[in-house]
Design a protein around this ligand. Structure first.
Ligand code: ZN
Ligand code: ZN
Ligand code: FE
Length: 772
């Protein structure tokens, strides 16, 4: 066909193409190239009819593929010759039609763009200081969408009829707010209000509410601030007293609190930020970024004993305006507005009722939050972004998924729960749901599954859950009356990494807290050979005893004693105890010794998480934990502080690996480690140095195990997963050591290595398995 010959095309585009300025982009592009035709949203995505010379339509398709609008994610473009020739004289945008099979994607919430920031700080702009400013490139999406297709009437903006000016922008294809569904201005949109804890409204005005809020924060009060996907509890981050008060009232001790800084400059003053961290902080998702703390005026109570601090930048106009209001502290603690372990509040009345015991004041607004979404958490390790909690900004963007084209629901683990729904070649992992045992979290879990099913129009025909039938997620799965696949926990950890990186075979090192193994014992220090949907357990940490079962995860002195007894020491004798455990009464020790001997309420476990706890106990770091990884995080922090923070050669050092073999399975023996540690303590080796040696021992031992196994399985692919790989020192040393040996290493990047990734792994294994 000659390049000047006229051609009529029908182009179907799928992916995140609605609510992201796609049609205006197409409109402008067609106009620029002098092409005629039309563009419309359909249930399947966007449909374009295009007429013009061949060379121009080619150019159009090129640009569509290579330079789509910033928030769009194209998953598929189909081009065919149009059977009817479209309008010949102009290019038009056609209004929405409802398609039957909906494959449209819902966009996540996006941090305020620079154009909108410019608007709110320009005194002559009609949106000057307006806290709900947004456009097609930014603003709320998932958190306000009730149904699809994405249209204002189907969002919580439905009750705010646009004023003529907003209406004008909304219908002008050349305007940045063309078809921006949450478009609003001070005349027609939501408004801020200020309440006291008794529920009295003290004012209803944007400027005044912000002024009062800034003053209250400066005066040391706790303020509940309504945000995008829920409430934050905010206090001045430099005030020890305010932070302590917040911890007390929220019943959250020890656990790190994230902060929001006024801007990047301020962030740089409180944490060390490399190029990658700065990019991540100001990315369109604006997650909380974990970075190494600097000496700063911030309260020492924010993340006590831990090397990193979670920092985020303002991501809504409300945040930007609050920080520029006179008197507002430059750094605020911004923690989820909930009681410990409850889901984040979303409704005004709900927040006033539930948070009255915590917050002194409430900064509210009248735009409803349809879906709860927490802040996401990520960090950079070995120059790559690693998501630790995948929520706001990332959800519900699907992960490309080369599975069978079936609709599968993965119900996830019990802690740090997420669920996952698949359809075609996409997997939608939900936002962070949390610990399902927490009050009301089961309701949040079920509501969110319902929401995902509805807006993504996925009706699962199969369900997957953990092998542990008592997990609340497993019990839920069993009630669905669908074909059910039970997936071993650590196999699911490995599969999540396989799904993310499109790997079909490898050796998976899964170091984790706990999960039920297929032999009925508790696993958590596993090397699995994984291939498609199968696994074989090739090596594990030698069994530790957990005296008292679950209690041993909170009272970690139990693990300290268990390590000593496991290493053959008589813990009833005072003389064998290190100083750290000397305070444990003889009677208690007698009981533990007896429980271990008679195996009463003392399950066996290969958990590396529990090994970290036991070592922390022996080193006297702490004897009880307020949250699961507390002792391990402090142990890591101490190891970093030993001064040798560069990744050391893994062949030197004092502690050596001891590997035994049983039934063709390799076992890592921890008993020599325990004796080395006692010996070092005896010789008064500084605790940070022992902490580092322990990390080195684990890395070196794992590398020797893998040496044996990689050649035996003839694979050079290694997967690193499980909650312990949130330990930066461990991940860095392992990955570096493996890469030096020429092995390919994969770990969680888009998907957390912790239990937040389990649901994806469950779906992957189900999809790769039987094709019923
Ligand atoms: Zn914007
Ligand atoms: Zn308006
Ligand atoms: Fe796990």
């Amino acid at each position: 066909m000659a390049p000047s010959e006229t051609i009529h095309l029908k182009i179907s585009v799928q992916g995140i193409v609605q609510g992201v300025g796609f049609r205006p982009y197409v409109y402008k592009l067609a106009k620029k190239l002098e092409l005629t035709g039309s563009v419309a949203n359909t249930g399947q995505g966007v449909e374009i009819f295009l007429s013009g010379p061949c060379r121009k339509t080619d150019r159009f398709l090129d640009l569509l593929k290579t330079e789509p609008p910033p928030l769009a994610r194209i998953s598929d473009i189909q081009v065919s010759i149009a059977t009817q020739s479209p309008r010949a004289d102009d290019f038009t945008i056609v209004t929405s039609t409802d398609g039957s099979a909906k494959t449209t994607l819902v966009s996540p919430d996006i941090a305020t763009c620079s154009d909108c920031i410019y608007d709110i700080f320009s005194p002559r702009n009609r949106r000057y200081h307006y806290p709900f400013t947004n456009c097609t490139n930014c603003g709320p999406r998932m958190t306000i969408i009730r149904h699809i297709p994405y249209d204002r009437t189907k969002t919580s903006m439905a009750c705010f009829p646009m004023c003529p000016s907003c209406e004008g922008e909304y219908h002008d294809p050349t305007d940045r707010r063309f078809h921006a569904q949450p478009n609003a201005c001070p005349r027609c949109g939501p408004v801020l209000s200020w309440y006291d804890r008794q529920g009295n409204r003290l004012c209803l005005d944007n400027e005044e509410s912000l002024t009062r809020c800034a003053r209250a924060l400066a005066d040391g009060y706790i303020v509940a601030i309504k945000g995008l996907g829920g409430f934050h509890l905010a206090v001045n981050a430099t005030s020890d007293e305010s932070v302590r008060k917040l911890r007390e009232k929220k019943n959250r001790y020890g656990k790190p609190l994230a902060v929001m800084t006024a801007d990047m400059e301020q962030a740089k003053q409180v944490v060390c930020l490399g190029e990658k961290e700065r990019q991540l902080l100001s990315s369109k998702e604006h997650p909380i970024v974990l970075a190494v703390k600097k000496e700063s005026p911030l309260s020492s109570e924010l993340a006590p004993g831990i090397r990193e601090l979670g920092v985020m930048l303002p991501y809504t106009p409300l945040h930007h305006l609050l920080f520029t209001t006179s008197g507002c502290p430059r750094v605020l603690v911004m923690t989820s507005g909930n009681l410990s372990e409850e889901p984040i509040c979303t409704g005004n009345r709900e927040a006033l009722a539930r948070l009255a015991g915590i917050a002194d004041y409430f900064l509210l607004h009248n735009r409803d939050i349809v879906t709860r979404v927490d802040d996401s958490v990520a960090r950079v390790v070995l120059n790559r972004k690693r998501i630790i909690r995948r929520s706001r900004g990332y959800v519900p963007v699907p992960l490309a998924f080369k599975g069978a084209k079936r609709a599968i629901l993965g119900c996830g683990a019990e802690q740090k729960n997420t669920f996952c729904l698949s359809r075609d070649d996409q997997a939608f992992v939900s936002q962070h749901i949390g610990d399902l045992k927490g009050p009301e979290n089961m309701v949040f879990f079920e509501e969110s599954i319902e929401y995902f099913r509805q807006v993504l129009e996925i009706c699962p025909t199969e369900v997957a859950c953990d092998l542990h039938g008592d997990y609340l997620s497993s019990r839920y799965a069993a009630t669905l009356e669908l074909p059910l696949q039970r997936v071993q926990h650590h196999h699911a950890h490995a599969a999540a990494i396989m799904a993310e990186h499109d790997v079909d075979r490898g050796l998976a090192v899964i170091y984790d807290g706990a999960g039920l193994g297929d032999d009925g014992t508790i696993w958590g220090g596993e090397i699995l050979h994984v291939q498609d949907c199968r696994y074989e357990r090739l090596a594990h940490l030698a069994h530790l005893a957990l005296p008292g079962g679950d209690r041993a995860t909170r009272e970690i002195w139990r693990m300290g004693l268990a390590l000593l007894a496991g290493a053959g020491l008589d813990i009833t004798r005072d003389s064998v105890l290190p100083d750290s455990l000397a305070a444990i009464p003889a009677g208690t020790r007698d009981t533990i010794a007896m429980m271990m001997q008679k195996r009463i309420n003392t399950p066996a476990s290969s958990s590396v998480g529990r090994l970290f706890d036991g070592v922390a106990s022996l080193l006297g770091i702490r004897q009880d934990v307020a949250f699961e990884a507390q002792a391990a995080m402090e142990l890591e922090t101490l190891a970093w502080s030993s001064g040798e923070t560069t990744v050391p050669e893994t062949t030197s050092g004092r502690y050596k690996a001891t590997i035994t073999k049983k039934n063709n399975r390799l076992m890592l023996d921890y008993r020599p480690l325990v004796r080395w540690i006692l010996d070092d303590l005896d010789r008064s080796v500084p605790v940070p140095a022992i902490a580092l040696s322990f990390h080195l021992w684990l890395v070196r031992s794992t590398l020797s195990l893998l040496d044996h196994l990689a050649s035996r399985c003839s694979t050079s692919t290694i997967l690193l997963g499980g909650g312990c790989f949130q330990n930066v020192l461990l991940l860095e040393m392992m990955a570096t050591g493996l890469e030096k040996k020429g092995l390919r290493v994969f770990s969680g990047e888009q998907v957390p290595v912790n239990d937040g990734g389990i649901s994806l792994g469950q779906v992957f294994i189900t999809a790769t398995g039987s094709s019923t």
